[in-house]
Design a protein around this ligand. Structure first.
Ligand code: FBP
Length: 546
């Protein structure tokens, strides 16, 4: 057992808040039949056993009954603060239904289910990890659960351990796979339920039914603390432009939330760049013009926030990536040795995409062509967009200087904030939200649900007023092209340009660009006045009109 910090010791005693409906025996209130957000006929045909089920909510006043079952849990994909609290909430929930119930954790992600690697939780193990960041209690992984052989291997161990339900904690891809597994087990009448849980710091697993994915709150507060510290340094030294790339594979929710918290001079929003069909040169012009205007006042310093997924949203590069995805998904491409892949790619790209490919700096081009995650996605976190942009801005400023349009000095610092935020000790919001999601999952299992996601709503109200229930995963699905094939997937939530968070940001950004209006959020507080330690994100507050 490793030594503990004073914060860990004090934090272990924190009792996460639960919605009042979950505090005693629950009553299940079922809504109307649902349909998927798109491609209804196709999704219905693919999920005949789990399509159309109602949204459910839990209310107070149920009959207390002993419910006996064992449960398995899997952490899937990138770490997000609060994962341990989902597990402790689920553990407490299943034990409250019957102390003899067992909870098993499959090790290192979905692979643990297939390889039969697991641990049984007990009080001692769970107590070690309450309210801590990280996924290290059982580890996580990115193995995709999508083959019948894997489902059957999983069933073997689930049957052996007498597990009636499996909870999969993951992002949009993992929850899509959870739904496919739920459908398969239901079609085979194996009597094994599958429940999903919305996780990802990226904040892109949200919709009319899911208010936020867990981890977004803590991760953005952690990054905002760091950005605020940099802004203060920047405003003290007055000699650097800080280019800060922020994690978030695809959507720009993290960058937008951090901008709302810290009021930087520039924050790029990928979704806007795509909507305006901007090129890399347009983005460089935009930043360079702000640098030049600030320089006129003698302000040769500033902060620029860059979303990790930016490169994929620049229309010309997006087209290139899409063709690369299809090209690299074939068996022939997979058999090509890594050192020959760039040549292979070049020989297969269309003329227009080849021109874009050739126009990129060599390191960026090879990252696009070579590095993929197991879902076949470009690993955008490896692309150093912050350096690419500052190099290009510097070059542009030189030209502007030669033309007499720029009079300042430009010196850049680069940062990437990503992994720093994924395992931070969960904020009170994430600690409460995650514990509630896990506890709630036990009630969905007890209610016999499968193919549902555990959902907690009304999250800008105090936790006691939160609404607990479940949403059929098929309801969030549509068909999208992935690796060259149309597949049922949960629709990813991108930043909405007509949504309140973006509109607020857009109304302020010019003022923030030219003035120096930094806000310093400081570190996450776990104890103290509620307005300091229980605040949800600015994004969720604006979305809820608060
Ligand atoms: P999930 O969607 O699985 O939660 O992961 C999100 C994320 O943290 C992204 O923000 C980032 O691009 C990616 O994971 C990094 O992945 P890895 O941990 O494999 O480096």
């Amino acid at each position: 057992m490793s030594e503990k910090s004073q914060l860990q010791i004090a934090r272990a005693a924190y009792q996460p808040k639960l919605p009042k409906a979950l505090k005693g025996a629950v009553r299940t209130v079922e809504g109307k039949a649902t349909q998927s957000v798109g491609n209804q006929e196709d999704i219905k045909a693919l999920f005949p056993n789990t399509y159309g089920m109602p949204v459910v909510e839990f209310a107070e006043g149920g009959k207390a009954e002993r419910k006996s079952f064992n449960v398995g849990i899997i952490l899937s994909g990138g770490q997000a603060p609060g994962g341990h609290n989902v597990i402790s909430g689920l553990y407490d929930g299943v034990k409250a239904l019957d102390p003899a119930n067992k909870l098993y954790g499959f090790l290192m992600g979905p692979g643990g289910l297939v390889d039969h690697k697991y641990v049984e939780f007990n009080d001692k193990l769970i107590d070690e990890y309450r309210n801590t960041g990280g996924f290290d209690i059982i580890g996580s992984g990115r193995t995709k659960l999508e083959e019948v052989e894997q489902f059957e291997k999983g069933r073997e161990i689930l049957d052996k351990l007498g597990i009636k339900a499996l909870v999969i904690i993951g992002g949009d891809d993992s929850n899509t796979n959870a739904c496919v597994l739920a459908e398969y087990y239901a079609a085979k009448k194996y009597g094994i339920q599958v429940i999903g849980c919305p996780k990802t710091i990226d904040g892109d697993l949200k919709n009319d039914q899911i208010e936020t994915s867990f981890g977004f709150d803590t991760a953005t507060k952690t990054y905002s603390e760091l950005i605020g510290n940099i802004e203060r340094d920047c405003n003290s030294a007055r000699k650097y432009w800080h280019f800060i790339k922020l994690m978030g594979r695809s959507a720009s929710h993290i960058a937008l939330e951090c901008a709302l918290q810290t009021q930087p001079n520039v924050c790029l929003i990928s979704e806007e760049i795509e909507a305006k069909s901007q090129s890399l040169d347009d983005i460089v012009d935009y930043i360079a013009s702000i640098v030049a205007t600030r320089a006129q006042k003698g302000d040769n310093f500033g902060t620029v926030l860059i979303p990790e997924g930016l490169i994929e949203f620049i229309p010309a590069i997006k087209k290139l990536i899409s063709e690369l995805n299809d090209t690299l998904a074939t068996d022939e491409a997979k058999s090509i040795a890594r050192e020959n892949q760039i040549e292979y790619v070049k020989a297969h790209l269309s003329a227009v995409n080849l021109a874009t490919f050739n126009s990129l700096p060599e390191d960026v081009a090879s990252q696009l062509a070579l590095d993929r995650d197991p879902h076949g996605n470009v690993q955008v976190s490896l692309i150093e967009t912050e350096k690419l942009l500052s190099r290009m801005v510097e070059r542009r400023l030189k030209t502007m200087k030669a033309e007499g349009k720029y009079v300042g000095k430009f010196s850049a610092q680069h940062h990437f904030f990503g992994y720093e935020g994924r395992c931070a000790a969960p904020s009170n919001f994430d600690a409460d939200y995650c514990y509630s999601l896990g506890y709630n999952a036990s009630r969905l299992i007890a209610a016999g649900k499968t193919g549902y996601m555990s959902v907690i709503k009304n999250t800008t109200a105090p936790a006691a007023e939160w609404i607990a229930g479940g949403v059929p995963i098929t309801m969030m699905m549509n068909l999208e092209r992935r690796n060259g094939k149309m597949k049922p997937v949960i629709r990813k939530a991108l930043v909405e340009l007509d949504g309140a968070p973006f509109r607020y940001f857009a109304s302020k950004r010019e003022k923030w660009a030219l003035g120096t209006e930094y806000v310093y959020p400081g570190s996450i507080q776990y104890w103290g006045p509620s307005e300091v330690c229980d605040q949800p994100t600015a994004t969720i507050k604006l979305e809820h009109g608060k």
